[in-house]
Design a protein around this ligand. Structure first.
Ligand SMILES: [Fe+2]
Ligand SMILES: [Fe+2]
Length: 441
């Protein structure tokens, strides 16, 4: 067993003072290239799971080893865990066990040529997984303030034990990896917070009116599905999803007697109040400091009642004046509003709704958005429409048939006469879904 000491590090950095290191000079030149490649690749990834996989892959190939695992310290449970290891599922073990535990405790790198002859080796994992560990290089993952947040373990170097160059490389990568892992954890925490806040807000507005409950969530799900066919960037998709969740938030200020009115005809002054809700949405959302990539959320959310020909409200914008994301949201919103039950009317049949939206294609609604809506599979529509209720079960073979036909195809009569009778199948589940809605009343 050799430990990686400051002395070896200095020797490496000074260059090759030992004649025996001639061969390593070549490695050292490669070293920078390898380090640069790893650094560049991991600095771009902020999703923790992707990041861990990426680090493990990069290090495994950089060190020409068989496996690489990043173990992170779970402070509360005092356990080391790996999200994933090459060839294995999540591994967890007490944080004081084995070589990883030793490195975590001492903060020193260990280079072990033969694991089974080392007293720190914890062979139970091999026993559990059936893997045979030979050489192990283990490095601490140290964050910016020097705390060890986990351990890096590389197993079974190709053609012999790990070299000093491997030690140096892993030492350098560890620092970088630890920093980026902490960034990813922080990013995930912020994302969870934002997600929780947005969901709470969406629930608040949906709770005002039990009959439209779930509207915001359904519109968001429809938008996510439509976005897949519209080739939006990741930031645009996320902007659209959040704008969809919050689009009717301005209704929070509308009086109950107007919001819950059983009449489909509102008095003129009631109509003014009702039609003010998109502008209110904007006023409420604008002071929120959305991250830069989501800064269009308030504007997109507030333009969901605008129509291509300028007949919408509140601004009466026309065509290209309406941001594309708002045009998508408009179609998803009107589709869910019409297919769902309202205080003043029964839900409309999906085929009728699709016909109506189709009739407004190019005048009221952006044709690309109408096509994206029509591309939603019959199965996905049923799932969204029933808010993912667990008692609304569709057997696997029916799911496959319904997943293969879009609601647009169905509306055009395709599939209705199909051999598998997918049209009839859809009608059946759709009726069940509608009955569920009636029973909910
Ligand atoms: Fe609205
Ligand atoms: Fe809406």
């Amino acid at each position: 067993m050799s430990t990686f000491s400051e002395e070896t590090r200095d020797q490496r950095l000074e260059g090759s003072s030992h004649p025996a290191d001639k061969a390593e000079e070549v490695f050292e030149r490669d070293w920078l290239a390898v380090f640069y490649k790893v650094a560049l690749s991991i600095s771009r990834e902020l999703d923790l799971a992707n990041l861990l996989w990426l680090i493990m892959d990069e290090v495994r190939s950089a060190l020409r080893a068989d496996r690489c695992t990043v173990f992170l310290l779970d402070e509360e449970r005092r356990e080391l865990w790996s999200l994933a290891a090459h060839g294995e599922r999540e591994i967890r073990f007490p944080a004081d066990r084995g070589i990883a535990g030793y490195v975590l405790r001492t903060g020193r790198m260990l280079n072990i040529p033969d694991a089974y002859h080392d007293p720190h080796f914890y062979p139970e994992i091999d026993q559990k997984t059936g893997y045979r560990t030979r050489s192990i290089l283990t490095a601490p993952l140290r964050n910016r303030v020097g705390e060890v947040i986990g351990v890096f373990q590389v197993l079974n170097k190709e053609g012999g034990p790990f070299t000093r160059v491997d030690e140096l490389l892993l030492d350098a990568i560890s620092g970088l990896a630890a920093t980026q892992i902490e960034n990813a954890q922080l990013y995930a925490e912020q994302k969870r917070f934002l997600e929780g806040t947005i969901e709470a807000l969406a629930n608040t507005i949906d709770a005002r009116d039990p009959l439209t409950a779930g509207h915001s969530k359904r519109v968001a799900l429809l938008c996510v599905d439509m976005a897949q066919r519209l080739e939006l960037s990741e930031d645009e998709r996320e902007t659209l999803r959040i704008a969809a969740l919050l689009h009717d938030f301005g209704k929070i200020g509308v009086r109950d007697d107007i919001l819950l009115s059983k009449s489909d005809r509102l008095e003129p002054e009631e109509l003014i109040v009702m039609r003010d809700h998109p502008a209110r949405t904007r006023k409420i959302l604008e002071p929120i400091r959305f991250p830069k990539r989501l800064r269009d959320v308030p504007i997109v959310a507030s333009l969901h009642h605008e129509r291509l020909d300028g007949s919408g409200y509140p601004a009466g914008l026309k065509g290209e004046e309406i941001p594309f994301l708002a045009r998508i949201l408009a179609v998803a919103d009107v589709f869910d509003a019409m297919t769902s039950r309202r205080t003043y009317r029964e839900p409309m049949h999906i085929l009728q709704v699709l016909q109506q939206i189709e009739a407004g294609k190019g005048t009221l609604y952006d044709p690309r958005c109408v096509e994206a809506l029509a591309g939603i599979s019959a199965l996905r529509f049923l799932e969204i429409h029933t808010n993912g209720q667990p008692d609304f079960l569709i057997p696997e073979d029916h799911r496959a048939a319904l997943g293969a036909v879009s609601i647009g195809e169905f509306a055009r009569g395709i599939g209705r006469q199909g051999e598998n009778g997918v049209g009839r199948l859809f009608e059946h589940y759709y009726r069940v879904a509608l009955q569920g809605e009636l029973a909910d009343e």
